[in-house]
Design a protein around this ligand. Structure first.
Ligand SMILES: *[C@@H]1O[C@H](CO)[C@@H](O)[C@H](O)[C@H]1NC(C)=O
Ligand SMILES: *[C@@H]1O[C@H](CO)[C@@H](O)[C@H](O)[C@H]1NC(C)=O
Ligand SMILES: *[C@@H]1O[C@H](CO)[C@@H](O)[C@H](O)[C@H]1NC(C)=O
Ligand SMILES: *[C@@H]1O[C@H](CO)[C@@H](O)[C@H](O)[C@H]1NC(C)=O
Length: 274
């Protein structure tokens, strides 16, 4: 027979493992699918989503009422791709919608690691006039890379560590303002910038001062992917240089090297006034 002390330990152990297990790949996938379904259907409340009582909602770095945002009307999703971070308890989804109001949407969901409920929803919402916006290109190149297996799971024995993936993503962004940083690019590195595909060179350097701030990460070792929401100084000529406009970079890393980059940047003025 179990002693009461042992029983208590067992119960505590169970509760502990349940808490740790709340943020699994499966739970993140399920909640992210719920979000994508809500985006497809349109919703003005959080009722179809499993959220904490107070969920923080923002678009393009502005806090918003959900009923005023992109979820409020149905979006016909032509393409979606998501990555899952079981360490930070977050997910990132990229969505392309070409019919009706054409959009490219990147959404980062953040979860409470104890109960796996959504605590924060933040999106970059791009449409006509945003940086190099071309929804046809976004769809075509996303589909092409995906069909070629470009974003398929990395075989377990070839996976990079979280640190390696993060270092590659950070180097890419940090090199923008510091030409002494040399990001590890694969020879075939390609960048989908807005809806345009650039294969000649992945390296970007900008004139100083150039200080990238407000980084929010999602890192998925299984998919070799890192997504960074952050500010882009300088690009939007209608804004002060710092902190700059909101951007998002989704990066695929293979064997420590950057293979694909997807950049989606919001503009205040048409094509960032450029
Ligand atoms: C997202 O894409 C997957 C295929 O990768 C598809 O099965 C699913 O239906 C899509 N979800 C939505 C909401 O369009
Ligand atoms: C996270 O979940 C735990 C367990 O349900 C709860 O006690 C806590 O208040 C939640 N935190 C937030 C920020 O909602
Ligand atoms: C948008 O992208 C498509 C696909 O690459 C291309 O055919 C089209 O010319 C582009 N549109 C513009 C206005 O550049
Ligand atoms: C960059 O911005 C951060 C956050 O505002 C600040 O702490 C840091 O000092 C800045 N660095 C430079 C080189 O300007």
């Amino acid at each position: 027979m179990l002693s009461p002390v042992l029983l208590t330990c067992l119960v505590a152990g169970l509760a502990g493992s349940q808490a740790a297990a709340a943020c699994t790949r499966a739970s993140l996938q399920e909640a992210t699918a719920e979000y994508l379904a809500a985006l497809s259907a349109g919703t003005t409340s959080f009722s179809s989503l499993s959220t904490t009582s107070k969920v923080h909602y923002q678009e393009n770095d502005v806090e918003l009422d959900i009923s005023k945002g992109v979820l409020s009307a149905p979006v016909k999703i032509d393409f979606n791709f998501s990555i899952y971070d079981t360490t930070l308890c977050a997910s990132y989804s990229e969505v392309v919608a070409t019919t009706g109001h054409a959009y490219v949407i990147g959404t980062r969901l953040e979860f409470n690691s104890s109960d796996a409920k959504i605590t924060k929803i933040e999106s970059v919402v791009l449409d006509q006039g945003d940086w190099l916006f071309n929804v046809t290109g976004s769809l075509v190149y996303n589909q092409r890379e995906t069909a070629a297996g470009g974003w398929a799971p990395i075989p377990a024995d070839k996976r990079d560590s979280r640190e390696v993936i993060k270092a590659a993503g950070d180097a890419y962004v940090n090199a923008w303002g510091d030409s002494s940083v040399k990001p590890p690019f694969a020879t075939q590195c390609a960048r989908l910038e807005g809806g345009f595909y650039i294969t000649s060179n992945c390296l970007l350097n900008f004139p100083p001062p150039f200080n990238v701030t407000n980084k929010r990460y999602t890192i998925d070792e299984e998919l070799g992917a890192i997504d960074i929401f952050h500010n882009f100084p300088f690009l939007d000529a209608s804004l002060p240089r710092h902190p700059g406009t909101q951007t998002n970079n989704l990066i695929r890393v293979e064997g420590g090297k950057i293979r694909y980059i997807h950049e989606n940047t919001v503009c205040q003025a048409k094509n960032c006034g450029r």
